[in-house]
Design a protein around this ligand. Structure first.
Ligand SMILES: [Zn+2]
Length: 258
């Protein structure tokens, strides 16, 4: 995580402090409503107009509103995201902060929403607890799914953490409507992945956006179809999962060691 902008690193650190403060050593200990309460925010489930969650500060503390209609993992993320706004002092001088579904999916823009997301990601998926689970021999979505299930987190947030904590050369890519939207990588990953790049034939993601079914298993694809390859390997491993609901694809790329 060393090449992260400083504000995102600080947001993660603020969440790590909470994990340390309450002596959290397992996924079951991450009871977000209790943590939020101890940190000064009361959580209630109530529809929020034109948003998915909100934070309202008052003299006596703060109230986090989350949508009662969201999935459990989404509710957890909303609580952690709003707590992030509170702990990172994003609501100073304001009456309230309302956040949309889009805000909660902002991982690559310079904004307080991205900071709140990094805070939430570290609170729900603490580096100290998932580090060892990211140490795997084969890079694909199987370990990511296991971690996501255990920690009740989204696949996207988990996959980001997974590649950042991984000792293999791997990258996580988020694509929408036939284009790479953003990516993140392991410390040893060298090839440049261009955001905004139109996906080329030869990648699994391209096939998805052309209406084909994706392989369930990881497959080998030509490295050149993903990026201008300056690596020795001609082929890399791609594992992609598509969502017709969001017209998006999550991809793990892996340069398999010799
Ligand atoms: Zn927000």
């Amino acid at each position: 995580m060393n090449d992260l902008p400083i504000k995102l690193t600080l947001a993660g650190n603020a969440a790590s402090k909470i994990i340390d403060k309450y002596g959290i050593t397992s996924s079951e200990h991450i009871r977000l409503r209790d943590i939020a309460f101890r940190e000064g925010a009361f959580v209630i489930e109530e529809p929020v107009a034109r948003a998915t969650a909100s934070l309202v500060k008052s003299k006596n503390g703060a109230t986090i509103r989350i949508s009662p209609f969201d999935r459990p993992e989404r509710k957890r993320f909303s609580i952690a995201h709003e707590l992030g706004h509170l702990k990172l002092n994003h609501v100073e001088g304001k009456l309230q902060k309302a956040c949309t579904e889009k805000d909660m999916r902002s991982w690559y823009k310079k904004s307080i929403e991205t900071e709140a997301n990094y805070f939430a990601s570290e609170l729900i998926l603490p580096t100290t607890l998932i580090g060892r689970m990211c140490d795997v021999e084969e890079v694909d979505f199987e370990p990511v799914k296991k971690i996501a299930k255990k920690f009740r987190a989204s696949l996207t947030a988990t996959a980001m953490k997974f590649v950042q904590l991984n000792s293999e050369k791997c990258a996580f890519i988020y694509s929408e409507a036939g284009k790479i939207l953003w990516s993140c990588k392991s410390a040893d990953w060298k090839p440049f992945i261009q955001s905004g790049k139109i996906l080329e034939s030869g990648t699994e993601v391209y096939n998805f956006f052309k209406g084909k079914e994706l392989y369930k298993e990881p497959i080998e694809v030509e490295a050149n179809s993903w990026f201008n390859s300056d690596i020795d390997d001609e082929y890399i491993v791609e594992h992609s999962i598509g969502s017709h609901e969001f017209e998006s694809v999550l991809t793990l790329l892996w340069i398999r060691p010799e």
